[in-house]
Design a protein around this ligand. Sequence first.
Ligand code: MRU
Length: 338
Amino acid sequence: MVETIVWTNDGVVMIDQRLLPREETFFTARNYREMEYAIKEMVIRGAPALGVAGAMGVALGVQAGEDFDTVCNTLAASRPTAVNLSWGVQRMRALKAALGEVAREELVRRMIEEAQTTRSEDIAICEAIGKHGADLVVDGKTVLTHCNAGALATAGYGTALGVIRAAVSAGKKIDVFADETRPFLQGARLTAWELQQDGIPTTLITDNMAGHFLKSGRIGCVVVGADRIAANGDVANKIGTYGVAVLAKENGVPFYVAAPVSTFDLTIPDGSHIPIEQRPELEVTHVFSEQIAPTGIRIENPAFDVTPNKYVTAIICEHGVARAPYTESLKALAATKK
Ligand code: MRU
């Protein structure tokens, strides 16, 4: 399986997700400013992967002797919606505070170690999510997914795609419908590529086909990832997720969200408090540098939407499966010890 992000002696090496599936090129962030660039420009993306990138970015800054608070604040602000990014940075802040006054060499060593642990833990967490979610996947049916919540969006294995991988490993005969996910095309470029590499039967559909197939009776369930989940179970995920969730409910298809506890934001009561990132107009007016809309047309490009909890059948995390009322079930799962 592809290495999304690794710490090396030369810097943090990431597969450049802007270029997939045409090119498998790697981008190396040698300092925290290059990591900020990689996050903003979507060299690396996907909530859990951003958590690891945030932690590794802080380690780069500490290694170079940069001002700690500036590094942390810059990285945490580089993308606003996925709470995992500030979670990864906060983890490094907490370690620094716990270490107190230590020699510089020791601080650098511990920061690098912690950032690498964030990565290895994420893979184990995704595998646990997969195990909990595999039972929910209907044998012999199609799973529909939106965006990319796979190995590329995490340190490895994936959340929503982790559930699919685990269901396949458990012997379930399933296939996948991947929404292309306009405008950044994470479904077409990344999910389709990842699943094809694993030999999991996958069909690519455009976003506006989801309703048609959800009505057809072929889809056993929808599984998506998340960028931030509020205390009441409202879920922020890639733009278009809300529409899929409504269509799933209308057609009696279960809608599952797979995400680690680091995606829970129990400090906010509901989804209205989730900041929604606005991305550049160019992502809508152009497809691979080709202009597809008239010059000067007004553009909106929110990168995420919020699905109200009433459309969410269950939330799968590394500690188990949460169901409504989420205010209680999410709190209980978040408090589960590792
Ligand atoms: O803008 P992106 O590509 O970072 O958005 C990614 C998503 O919305 C994913 O579905 C989400 O982060 C979950 S990834 C396991």
